[in-house]
Design a protein around this ligand. Structure first.
Ligand code: CP
Length: 310
């Protein structure tokens, strides 16, 4: 049985929470998964709370998933996209957020291109902050929903073998996943070209493998990541075609493995690069389960953070 309350007032990263927090989030998400599959998908838990979703970077899944989670909990929701705001006129992050908070907002869900933006904000404003992805640093709710989805398929994560394949160097999903999975007792491997694996990654207690076939034959779960071209200032591999030949997962490879593994992807997918369509849409893929679980997990995070206000 997990503790009754989170150990934190904000969710800035997996590195700031503990195993009890994760177990409490999962138990709460189990309940909310039941709620969102009922004919009436809404509960009144956050009807006195106003949440601002402020996105300084593009998003489909995370933004919609948070907004839906907030509405399922009956919170009042406002949305802010930097691209259509006065940020383009030179307004600073703190001024932008303070103006939003002056409208009596209790919680801020923020995506930002710079690592540490959520931590910075939490030191300057009173509202609770949820990090929806900060640069190449952390994406805590993605890691939570990924681990929750593996637990749903395979049970307890202790001893389960998860390989994260692709652009580890620029991936907040990889870092948050590694921290979360290790905390839950899973074995984690990263796989990709040398240029896309951070030099000191083994200090996080992960195995490193550059051969995709070896990595896939080792694992129970393969989490295939997108190449983050928007964060790459130099060329890290000759071409996407060559990357796909060396590190892309296709049906022939999947069917040739000794055991049936689970395939995950945080999205957005670049079909034909890191994963082919026949794999993404196969029975072994849990990509859309991840998206469904994201709503329940984010409901749990928001609900438990709101309880910290009492
Ligand atoms: N997985 C994820 O963060 O997707 P979006 O960028 O679409 O939110």
């Amino acid at each position: 049985m997990a503790a009754e309350r989170l150990s934190t007032r904000h969710l800035l990263g997996i590195k700031d929470i503990n195993r009890n927090d994760i177990e409490l989030i999962f138990e709460t998400a189990d309940n909310f998964k039941g709620v969102i599959n009922r004919p009436i998908k809404k509960v009144p838990s956050l009807r006195d709370i106003t949440i601002a979703n402020i996105f300084f970077e593009n998003s489909t899944r995370t933004k919609l998933s948070f907004e839906l989670a907030e509405k399922r909990l009956s919170a009042d929701v406002i949305n802010f996209a930097a691209s259509s705001s006065s940020v383009s006129k030179g307004e600073t992050l703190i001024d932008t957020v303070n103006n939003i908070l002056a409208m009596k907002v209790d919680m801020v869900v923020m995506r930002h291109p710079y690592a540490g933006a959520g931590v910075f904000l939490s030191r300057h404003i009173n509202a609770q902050i949820v990090n929806a992805g900060d640069g190449a640093h952390e994406h805590p709710t993605q890691a939570l929903l990924d681990a929750f989805s593996i637990r749903e398929k395979l049970g307890d994560l202790a001893g389960k073998k998860v390989v994260i394949v692709g652009d580890i160097l620029h991936s907040r999903v990889a870092i948050s996943n590694i921290l979360c999975l290790k905390m839950l007792g899973a074995e984690v491997m990263v796989c990709g070209p040398t240029t896309l694996i951070p030099r000191h990654i083994h200090e996080l207690g992960v195995k490193v493998e550059h051969n995709l076939m070896k990595a896939l034959n080792w694992c129970d779960v393969a989490n295939m990541l997108r190449i983050q071209l928007e964060r790459q200032d130099i060329k890290y591999f000759p071409s996407q075609r060559e990357y796909a030949m060396m590190y892309g997962l296709n049906k022939e490879i999947l069917d040739g493995l000794d055991k049936e593994i689970i395939v995950m992807h945080p999205g957005p997918i670049n079909r034909g690069v890191e994963i082919t369509s026949d794999v993404a849409d196969s029975k072994q893929s849990i990509i859309l389960d991840q998206v469904e679980n994201g709503v329940a997990v984010r409901m749990a995070v928001l609900y438990l953070l709101a309880a910290q206000r009492d």
